[in-house]
Design a protein around this ligand. Sequence first.
Ligand SMILES: Cc1cc2nc3c(=O)[nH]c(=O)nc-3n(C[C@H](O)[C@H](O)[C@H](O)COP(=O)(O)OP(=O)(O)OC[C@H]3O[C@@H](n4cnc5c(N)ncnc54)[C@H](O)[C@@H]3O)c2cc1C
Length: 397
Amino acid sequence: MPFEFSFTADQEAFRDAVRAFLQKEVAPIVGEMDEREEFPRGTVHRMQEEGYFGVPVPEEYGGLGLGKVGYCILLEELGKVDASHGTIVGAHTSLGTTPLLYYGSEAQKKKWLVPAAKGEKLLAYSLTEPGSGSDSGAVHTTAEPDGDGWVLNGTKLYCTNGREADTVIVMAANNVKLGPNGGVTAFLVDTNLPGFRVGRCEKKMGLHGTSTAELILDHVRVGADAVLGEVGKGFHVAMTALDVGRVSLGAASLGGMEAATREAIEFSKNRTQFGLPISEYEVIQFKLADMAMKIHALRFMVYHAAARQDALGHDPTRWSRLERQDKTREAAIVKCLASEWASEVIDEALQIHGGLGYIRGTPIERAYRDARISEIFEGTNEIQRLVVSRDLLARGI
Ligand SMILES: Cc1cc2nc3c(=O)[nH]c(=O)nc-3n(C[C@H](O)[C@H](O)[C@H](O)COP(=O)(O)OP(=O)(O)OC[C@H]3O[C@@H](n4cnc5c(N)ncnc54)[C@H](O)[C@@H]3O)c2cc1C
Protein backbone atom coordinates (compact mmCIF):
# COMPACT_ATOMS: atom_id res chain seq x y z
CA MET A 1 0.00 0.00 0.00
CA PRO A 2 1.48 3.39 -0.93
CA PHE A 3 1.99 5.95 1.81
CA GLU A 4 -0.90 8.26 0.95
CA PHE A 5 -1.84 10.33 3.98
CA SER A 6 -4.31 12.71 2.41
CA PHE A 7 -8.03 12.75 1.77
CA THR A 8 -9.49 12.95 -1.74
CA ALA A 9 -11.56 15.96 -2.82
CA ASP A 10 -14.69 13.77 -2.56
CA GLN A 11 -13.82 12.77 1.00
CA GLU A 12 -13.23 16.42 1.96
CA ALA A 13 -16.55 17.38 0.37
CA PHE A 14 -18.29 14.61 2.31
CA ARG A 15 -16.72 15.86 5.55
CA ASP A 16 -17.89 19.42 4.83
CA ALA A 17 -21.43 18.23 4.08
CA VAL A 18 -21.59 16.09 7.25
CA ARG A 19 -20.19 18.89 9.39
CA ALA A 20 -22.74 21.41 8.07
CA PHE A 21 -25.59 18.93 8.54
CA LEU A 22 -24.61 18.06 12.11
CA GLN A 23 -24.19 21.69 13.10
CA LYS A 24 -27.58 22.60 11.68
CA GLU A 25 -29.66 19.58 12.69
CA VAL A 26 -28.00 17.65 15.50
CA ALA A 27 -26.02 20.12 17.62
CA PRO A 28 -29.13 22.13 18.64
CA ILE A 29 -30.97 19.13 20.16
CA VAL A 30 -28.15 17.35 21.96
CA GLY A 31 -28.36 19.13 25.31
CA GLU A 32 -32.07 18.44 25.69
CA MET A 33 -31.68 14.85 24.46
CA ASP A 34 -29.06 14.24 27.14
CA GLU A 35 -31.19 15.81 29.84
CA ARG A 36 -34.33 13.89 28.91
CA GLU A 37 -32.45 10.65 28.22
CA GLU A 38 -34.40 10.16 25.01
CA PHE A 39 -33.53 8.34 21.80
CA PRO A 40 -33.27 11.15 19.21
CA ARG A 41 -35.82 9.82 16.71
CA GLY A 42 -36.12 13.00 14.67
CA THR A 43 -32.42 13.50 14.00
CA VAL A 44 -31.83 9.77 13.48
CA HIS A 45 -34.57 9.84 10.85
CA ARG A 46 -32.98 12.85 9.14
CA MET A 47 -29.58 11.13 9.17
CA GLN A 48 -31.18 8.03 7.65
CA GLU A 49 -32.64 10.22 4.88
CA GLU A 50 -29.17 11.64 4.19
CA GLY A 51 -27.74 8.13 3.76
CA TYR A 52 -25.60 8.35 6.90
CA PHE A 53 -26.67 4.88 8.04
CA GLY A 54 -25.08 3.27 4.99
CA VAL A 55 -21.85 5.19 4.44
CA PRO A 56 -19.40 2.26 3.96
CA VAL A 57 -21.93 0.03 2.18
CA PRO A 58 -21.43 -0.21 -1.62
CA GLU A 59 -23.96 1.68 -3.73
CA GLU A 60 -25.25 -1.56 -5.28
CA TYR A 61 -26.56 -2.45 -1.79
CA GLY A 62 -28.16 0.93 -1.10
CA GLY A 63 -25.22 2.63 0.64
CA LEU A 64 -23.13 5.70 -0.16
CA GLY A 65 -20.13 3.55 -1.14
CA LEU A 66 -17.59 5.67 0.74
CA GLY A 67 -15.77 2.79 2.41
CA LYS A 68 -14.34 2.66 5.91
CA VAL A 69 -12.43 5.91 5.38
CA GLY A 70 -15.67 7.74 4.56
CA TYR A 71 -17.35 6.02 7.48
CA CYS A 72 -14.59 7.14 9.86
CA ILE A 73 -14.97 10.70 8.56
CA LEU A 74 -18.66 10.50 9.53
CA LEU A 75 -17.84 9.06 12.97
CA GLU A 76 -15.12 11.64 13.61
CA GLU A 77 -17.56 14.47 12.81
CA LEU A 78 -20.26 12.82 14.93
CA GLY A 79 -17.76 12.47 17.77
CA LYS A 80 -17.29 16.24 17.73
CA VAL A 81 -21.02 16.88 18.11
CA ASP A 82 -22.54 14.00 20.05
CA ALA A 83 -21.37 10.56 21.15
CA SER A 84 -24.94 9.18 21.40
CA HIS A 85 -25.65 9.79 17.72
CA GLY A 86 -22.23 8.28 16.91
CA THR A 87 -23.02 5.17 18.94
CA ILE A 88 -26.43 4.70 17.31
CA VAL A 89 -24.84 4.91 13.85
CA GLY A 90 -21.95 2.66 14.96
CA ALA A 91 -24.14 -0.10 16.39
CA HIS A 92 -26.20 -0.11 13.18
CA THR A 93 -23.34 0.21 10.70
CA SER A 94 -20.20 -1.41 12.12
CA LEU A 95 -22.02 -4.17 13.95
CA GLY A 96 -25.17 -4.50 11.82
CA THR A 97 -24.38 -3.82 8.17
CA THR A 98 -20.80 -5.20 8.26
CA PRO A 99 -21.76 -8.83 9.02
CA LEU A 100 -24.48 -8.63 6.38
CA LEU A 101 -22.09 -7.23 3.78
CA TYR A 102 -19.29 -9.67 4.61
CA TYR A 103 -21.25 -12.86 5.25
CA GLY A 104 -24.77 -12.37 3.85
CA SER A 105 -26.05 -14.28 0.81
CA GLU A 106 -27.34 -12.17 -2.08
CA ALA A 107 -30.90 -12.87 -0.89
CA GLN A 108 -30.06 -11.75 2.66
CA LYS A 109 -28.39 -8.60 1.36
CA LYS A 110 -31.47 -7.79 -0.68
CA LYS A 111 -33.84 -8.44 2.24
CA TRP A 112 -31.87 -6.97 5.15
CA LEU A 113 -28.81 -4.99 3.99
CA VAL A 114 -30.39 -2.78 1.33
CA PRO A 115 -33.17 -1.32 3.56
CA ALA A 116 -30.67 -0.92 6.42
CA ALA A 117 -28.16 0.95 4.26
CA LYS A 118 -30.90 3.13 2.78
CA GLY A 119 -31.97 4.08 6.29
CA GLU A 120 -35.37 2.42 6.11
CA LYS A 121 -34.57 -0.13 8.84
CA LEU A 122 -32.45 0.07 11.98
CA LEU A 123 -30.08 -2.72 13.02
CA ALA A 124 -28.56 -3.86 16.32
CA TYR A 125 -26.06 -6.52 17.38
CA SER A 126 -26.44 -8.75 20.38
CA LEU A 127 -23.60 -10.86 21.67
CA THR A 128 -23.49 -10.03 25.41
CA GLU A 129 -25.53 -12.04 27.92
CA PRO A 130 -25.90 -11.88 31.70
CA GLY A 131 -23.20 -14.56 32.14
CA SER A 132 -21.15 -13.78 29.05
CA GLY A 133 -19.40 -10.42 28.66
CA SER A 134 -15.65 -10.49 28.08
CA ASP A 135 -15.91 -14.27 27.76
CA SER A 136 -18.14 -13.60 24.79
CA GLY A 137 -17.89 -17.06 23.29
CA ALA A 138 -19.71 -18.53 26.29
CA VAL A 139 -23.11 -17.97 24.68
CA HIS A 140 -26.07 -19.55 26.49
CA THR A 141 -28.94 -18.36 24.33
CA THR A 142 -29.87 -21.52 22.48
CA ALA A 143 -30.76 -22.21 18.86
CA GLU A 144 -32.56 -25.50 18.29
CA PRO A 145 -33.22 -26.81 14.76
CA ASP A 146 -36.96 -26.90 14.06
CA GLY A 147 -38.08 -28.25 10.70
CA ASP A 148 -36.59 -25.95 8.08
CA GLY A 149 -35.81 -23.24 10.66
CA TRP A 150 -34.61 -22.63 14.20
CA VAL A 151 -36.09 -21.77 17.58
CA LEU A 152 -34.18 -19.32 19.78
CA ASN A 153 -34.44 -19.07 23.56
CA GLY A 154 -32.50 -16.92 26.01
CA THR A 155 -31.77 -13.48 27.40
CA LYS A 156 -29.37 -10.97 25.89
CA LEU A 157 -28.01 -7.93 27.65
CA TYR A 158 -26.87 -4.37 26.94
CA CYS A 159 -27.98 -4.22 23.31
CA THR A 160 -27.43 -0.76 21.80
CA ASN A 161 -30.42 0.19 19.59
CA GLY A 162 -32.12 -2.91 21.02
CA ARG A 163 -35.33 -1.03 21.86
CA GLU A 164 -35.64 0.66 18.44
CA ALA A 165 -34.14 -1.88 16.02
CA ASP A 166 -36.11 -3.59 13.28
CA THR A 167 -33.63 -6.46 13.12
CA VAL A 168 -31.05 -7.69 15.64
CA ILE A 169 -28.09 -9.88 14.76
CA VAL A 170 -28.28 -12.37 17.63
CA MET A 171 -25.45 -14.73 18.48
CA ALA A 172 -26.95 -18.00 19.78
CA ALA A 173 -25.54 -21.41 20.65
CA ASN A 174 -26.32 -24.18 18.21
CA ASN A 175 -24.20 -26.32 20.54
CA VAL A 176 -23.42 -24.89 23.99
CA LYS A 177 -20.72 -27.52 24.62
CA LEU A 178 -18.69 -26.55 21.55
CA GLY A 179 -18.51 -22.87 22.55
CA PRO A 180 -17.04 -20.33 20.12
CA ASN A 181 -15.39 -22.94 17.90
CA GLY A 182 -18.36 -24.45 16.13
CA GLY A 183 -21.05 -23.87 18.73
CA VAL A 184 -22.19 -20.29 18.01
CA THR A 185 -24.31 -19.12 15.07
CA ALA A 186 -25.34 -15.60 14.01
CA PHE A 187 -29.07 -15.13 13.34
CA LEU A 188 -30.97 -12.26 11.73
CA VAL A 189 -33.90 -11.79 14.10
CA ASP A 190 -36.70 -9.42 13.12
CA THR A 191 -37.97 -7.76 16.26
CA ASN A 192 -41.63 -8.14 15.28
CA LEU A 193 -41.43 -11.94 15.48
CA PRO A 194 -43.61 -13.66 18.09
CA GLY A 195 -41.63 -14.34 21.29
CA PHE A 196 -39.21 -11.45 20.85
CA ARG A 197 -39.48 -8.90 23.67
CA VAL A 198 -37.46 -5.92 24.89
CA GLY A 199 -36.88 -6.15 28.64
CA ARG A 200 -35.18 -3.64 30.92
CA CYS A 201 -33.49 -0.57 29.39
CA GLU A 202 -30.56 0.59 31.48
CA LYS A 203 -30.16 4.04 33.02
CA LYS A 204 -26.61 5.08 32.26
CA MET A 205 -23.87 7.50 33.26
CA GLY A 206 -23.64 8.80 29.69
CA LEU A 207 -24.77 8.11 26.12
CA HIS A 208 -28.22 9.24 27.22
CA GLY A 209 -29.56 9.23 23.66
CA THR A 210 -28.95 5.51 23.21
CA SER A 211 -30.97 2.54 24.40
CA THR A 212 -29.08 -0.26 26.16
CA ALA A 213 -31.63 -3.03 26.20
CA GLU A 214 -32.18 -6.47 27.59
CA LEU A 215 -33.64 -8.71 24.89
CA ILE A 216 -35.78 -11.70 25.72
CA LEU A 217 -36.13 -14.50 23.20
CA ASP A 218 -38.92 -16.85 24.16
CA HIS A 219 -39.31 -19.56 21.52
CA VAL A 220 -38.61 -17.16 18.65
CA ARG A 221 -38.92 -19.11 15.42
CA VAL A 222 -36.78 -17.97 12.49
CA GLY A 223 -36.46 -19.46 9.02
CA ALA A 224 -33.35 -21.09 7.59
CA ASP A 225 -32.67 -17.83 5.73
CA ALA A 226 -32.02 -16.12 9.09
CA VAL A 227 -28.66 -17.88 9.54
CA LEU A 228 -25.94 -15.31 8.75
CA GLY A 229 -22.80 -17.07 7.54
CA GLU A 230 -22.40 -20.75 8.37
CA VAL A 231 -23.93 -22.66 11.25
CA GLY A 232 -21.30 -22.82 14.01
CA LYS A 233 -19.27 -19.91 12.59
CA GLY A 234 -21.18 -17.10 14.30
CA PHE A 235 -18.42 -16.18 16.70
CA HIS A 236 -16.21 -15.45 13.73
CA VAL A 237 -18.96 -13.26 12.22
CA ALA A 238 -19.28 -11.42 15.55
CA MET A 239 -15.53 -10.80 15.91
CA THR A 240 -15.11 -9.59 12.31
CA ALA A 241 -17.78 -6.97 12.91
CA LEU A 242 -15.94 -5.85 16.05
CA ASP A 243 -12.73 -5.28 14.07
CA VAL A 244 -14.63 -2.67 12.06
CA GLY A 245 -16.38 -1.30 15.14
CA ARG A 246 -13.14 -0.83 17.04
CA VAL A 247 -11.63 1.36 14.30
CA SER A 248 -14.78 3.47 13.96
CA LEU A 249 -14.86 3.80 17.75
CA GLY A 250 -11.37 5.25 17.36
CA ALA A 251 -12.73 7.79 14.86
CA ALA A 252 -15.54 8.80 17.23
CA SER A 253 -13.02 9.15 20.07
CA LEU A 254 -10.84 11.31 17.81
CA GLY A 255 -13.77 13.65 17.16
CA GLY A 256 -14.55 13.84 20.87
CA MET A 257 -10.92 14.72 21.64
CA GLU A 258 -10.84 17.43 18.98
CA ALA A 259 -14.04 19.05 20.21
CA ALA A 260 -12.89 18.99 23.84
CA THR A 261 -9.52 20.48 22.91
CA ARG A 262 -11.17 23.21 20.85
CA GLU A 263 -13.39 24.09 23.83
CA ALA A 264 -10.38 24.09 26.16
CA ILE A 265 -8.37 26.40 23.87
CA GLU A 266 -11.25 28.87 23.61
CA PHE A 267 -11.94 28.79 27.31
CA SER A 268 -8.28 29.23 28.26
CA LYS A 269 -7.99 32.32 26.06
CA ASN A 270 -11.06 33.90 27.60
CA ARG A 271 -10.72 33.00 31.28
CA THR A 272 -8.59 35.50 33.19
CA GLN A 273 -7.06 34.70 36.58
CA PHE A 274 -4.26 36.54 38.38
CA GLY A 275 -4.53 39.25 35.73
CA LEU A 276 -3.80 37.03 32.72
CA PRO A 277 -5.75 34.67 30.45
CA ILE A 278 -5.00 31.19 31.83
CA SER A 279 -3.67 30.27 28.35
CA GLU A 280 -0.62 32.38 29.26
CA TYR A 281 0.38 29.89 31.96
CA GLU A 282 2.80 27.18 30.89
CA VAL A 283 0.96 24.49 32.86
CA ILE A 284 -2.14 25.09 30.71
CA GLN A 285 -0.10 25.38 27.50
CA PHE A 286 1.59 22.02 28.15
CA LYS A 287 -1.75 20.37 28.85
CA LEU A 288 -2.98 21.64 25.46
CA ALA A 289 0.21 20.46 23.76
CA ASP A 290 -0.18 16.94 25.19
CA MET A 291 -3.79 16.87 24.02
CA ALA A 292 -2.76 17.89 20.50
CA MET A 293 -0.06 15.20 20.37
CA LYS A 294 -2.57 12.45 21.12
CA ILE A 295 -4.98 13.82 18.51
CA HIS A 296 -2.22 13.96 15.92
CA ALA A 297 -1.13 10.37 16.54
CA LEU A 298 -4.67 9.02 16.66
CA ARG A 299 -5.70 10.67 13.38
CA PHE A 300 -3.01 8.71 11.53
CA MET A 301 -3.80 5.49 13.39
CA VAL A 302 -7.53 5.63 12.66
CA TYR A 303 -7.29 6.45 8.97
CA HIS A 304 -4.43 4.03 8.40
CA ALA A 305 -6.51 1.21 9.88
CA ALA A 306 -9.61 2.29 7.92
CA ALA A 307 -7.67 2.48 4.63
CA ARG A 308 -6.25 -0.99 5.23
CA GLN A 309 -9.71 -2.37 5.88
CA ASP A 310 -10.89 -0.78 2.63
CA ALA A 311 -7.94 -2.31 0.79
CA LEU A 312 -8.91 -5.76 2.10
CA GLY A 313 -12.41 -5.51 0.62
CA HIS A 314 -15.53 -7.15 1.97
CA ASP A 315 -15.11 -10.79 1.02
CA PRO A 316 -13.53 -12.55 4.03
CA THR A 317 -12.86 -15.68 1.97
CA ARG A 318 -10.19 -13.69 0.09
CA TRP A 319 -8.26 -12.61 3.18
CA SER A 320 -5.08 -14.45 4.08
CA ARG A 321 -4.46 -15.57 7.66
CA LEU A 322 -1.80 -12.88 7.98
CA GLU A 323 -4.18 -10.15 6.78
CA ARG A 324 -6.80 -11.24 9.32
CA GLN A 325 -4.27 -11.23 12.14
CA ASP A 326 -2.92 -7.80 11.18
CA LYS A 327 -6.43 -6.38 10.94
CA THR A 328 -7.46 -7.69 14.35
CA ARG A 329 -4.27 -6.51 16.06
CA GLU A 330 -4.49 -3.06 14.51
CA ALA A 331 -8.18 -2.65 15.42
CA ALA A 332 -7.46 -3.62 19.05
CA ILE A 333 -4.57 -1.14 19.25
CA VAL A 334 -6.67 1.68 17.80
CA LYS A 335 -9.63 0.97 20.10
CA CYS A 336 -7.55 0.72 23.25
CA LEU A 337 -5.39 3.81 22.72
CA ALA A 338 -8.24 5.90 21.29
CA SER A 339 -10.55 5.27 24.21
CA GLU A 340 -7.86 5.88 26.84
CA TRP A 341 -6.57 9.00 25.12
CA ALA A 342 -10.13 10.29 24.76
CA SER A 343 -10.69 9.85 28.51
CA GLU A 344 -7.39 11.60 29.27
CA VAL A 345 -7.86 14.47 26.83
CA ILE A 346 -11.46 15.15 27.84
CA ASP A 347 -10.45 14.96 31.51
CA GLU A 348 -7.74 17.58 30.92
CA ALA A 349 -10.16 19.76 28.95
CA LEU A 350 -12.58 19.56 31.87
CA GLN A 351 -9.77 20.47 34.28
CA ILE A 352 -8.93 23.54 32.19
CA HIS A 353 -12.58 24.63 32.56
CA GLY A 354 -12.21 24.58 36.35
CA GLY A 355 -15.50 24.41 38.27
CA LEU A 356 -17.49 25.18 35.13
CA GLY A 357 -16.38 21.85 33.67
CA TYR A 358 -18.20 20.04 36.45
CA ILE A 359 -21.48 21.89 35.97
CA ARG A 360 -24.29 19.80 34.50
CA GLY A 361 -25.24 20.68 30.93
CA THR A 362 -21.91 21.99 29.67
CA PRO A 363 -20.62 20.16 26.56
CA ILE A 364 -17.44 19.17 28.37
CA GLU A 365 -19.34 17.61 31.26
CA ARG A 366 -21.44 15.57 28.84
CA ALA A 367 -18.36 14.57 26.84
CA TYR A 368 -16.67 13.35 30.03
CA ARG A 369 -19.62 11.10 30.92
CA ASP A 370 -20.02 9.89 27.34
CA ALA A 371 -16.36 9.02 26.78
CA ARG A 372 -15.88 6.54 29.63
CA ILE A 373 -17.82 3.68 28.06
CA SER A 374 -15.39 3.44 25.14
CA GLU A 375 -12.88 1.77 27.46
CA ILE A 376 -15.49 -0.90 28.15
CA PHE A 377 -17.75 -1.70 25.20
CA GLU A 378 -16.77 -3.47 21.99
CA GLY A 379 -14.46 -5.46 24.29
CA THR A 380 -12.90 -3.96 27.40
CA ASN A 381 -9.40 -2.55 27.14
CA GLU A 382 -8.12 -5.46 29.20
CA ILE A 383 -9.43 -7.73 26.44
CA GLN A 384 -7.80 -5.53 23.75
CA ARG A 385 -4.49 -5.97 25.58
CA LEU A 386 -5.09 -9.73 25.66
CA VAL A 387 -5.75 -9.72 21.89
CA VAL A 388 -2.58 -7.72 21.19
CA SER A 389 -0.31 -9.60 23.59
CA ARG A 390 -1.45 -13.05 22.42
CA ASP A 391 -0.76 -12.04 18.83
CA LEU A 392 2.60 -10.55 19.79
CA LEU A 393 3.67 -13.73 21.57
CA ALA A 394 2.58 -15.83 18.59
CA ARG A 395 3.97 -13.67 15.77
CA GLY A 396 6.30 -11.13 17.31
CA ILE A 397 6.21 -7.39 16.87
C1 LIG B 1 -23.65 1.25 27.10
C2 LIG B 1 -23.31 -0.14 26.67
C3 LIG B 1 -23.59 -0.55 25.38
C4 LIG B 1 -23.32 -1.84 24.97
N1 LIG B 1 -23.69 -2.26 23.70
C5 LIG B 1 -23.58 -3.57 23.38
C6 LIG B 1 -24.15 -4.07 22.15
O1 LIG B 1 -24.70 -3.32 21.34
N2 LIG B 1 -24.06 -5.39 21.90
C7 LIG B 1 -23.45 -6.27 22.76
O2 LIG B 1 -23.40 -7.45 22.46
N3 LIG B 1 -22.89 -5.82 23.91
C8 LIG B 1 -22.96 -4.51 24.25
N4 LIG B 1 -22.43 -4.06 25.44
C9 LIG B 1 -21.74 -4.99 26.31
C10 LIG B 1 -20.23 -4.74 26.43
O3 LIG B 1 -19.57 -5.09 25.25
C11 LIG B 1 -19.73 -5.50 27.67
O4 LIG B 1 -20.24 -4.82 28.81
C12 LIG B 1 -18.23 -5.62 27.73
O5 LIG B 1 -17.74 -6.45 26.70
C13 LIG B 1 -17.74 -6.13 29.09
O6 LIG B 1 -18.46 -7.24 29.53
P1 LIG B 1 -19.04 -7.26 31.03
O7 LIG B 1 -19.77 -6.00 31.24
O8 LIG B 1 -19.77 -8.53 31.21
O9 LIG B 1 -17.76 -7.22 31.93
P2 LIG B 1 -16.92 -8.49 32.47
O10 LIG B 1 -16.57 -9.37 31.31
O11 LIG B 1 -17.63 -9.12 33.60
O12 LIG B 1 -15.58 -7.81 32.97
C14 LIG B 1 -15.44 -7.21 34.25
C15 LIG B 1 -13.98 -6.76 34.40
O13 LIG B 1 -13.12 -7.92 34.33
C16 LIG B 1 -12.15 -7.73 33.31
N5 LIG B 1 -11.82 -9.05 32.71
C17 LIG B 1 -12.68 -9.98 32.28
N6 LIG B 1 -12.00 -11.04 31.81
C18 LIG B 1 -10.68 -10.75 31.94
C19 LIG B 1 -9.46 -11.45 31.63
N7 LIG B 1 -9.47 -12.65 31.04
N8 LIG B 1 -8.28 -10.83 31.91
C20 LIG B 1 -8.26 -9.60 32.48
N9 LIG B 1 -9.37 -8.90 32.80
C21 LIG B 1 -10.57 -9.47 32.52
C22 LIG B 1 -12.82 -6.80 32.30
O14 LIG B 1 -11.85 -6.17 31.47
C23 LIG B 1 -13.54 -5.85 33.24
O15 LIG B 1 -12.64 -4.88 33.72
C24 LIG B 1 -22.69 -2.75 25.86
C25 LIG B 1 -22.40 -2.34 27.16
C26 LIG B 1 -22.72 -1.07 27.58
C27 LIG B 1 -22.44 -0.68 29.01
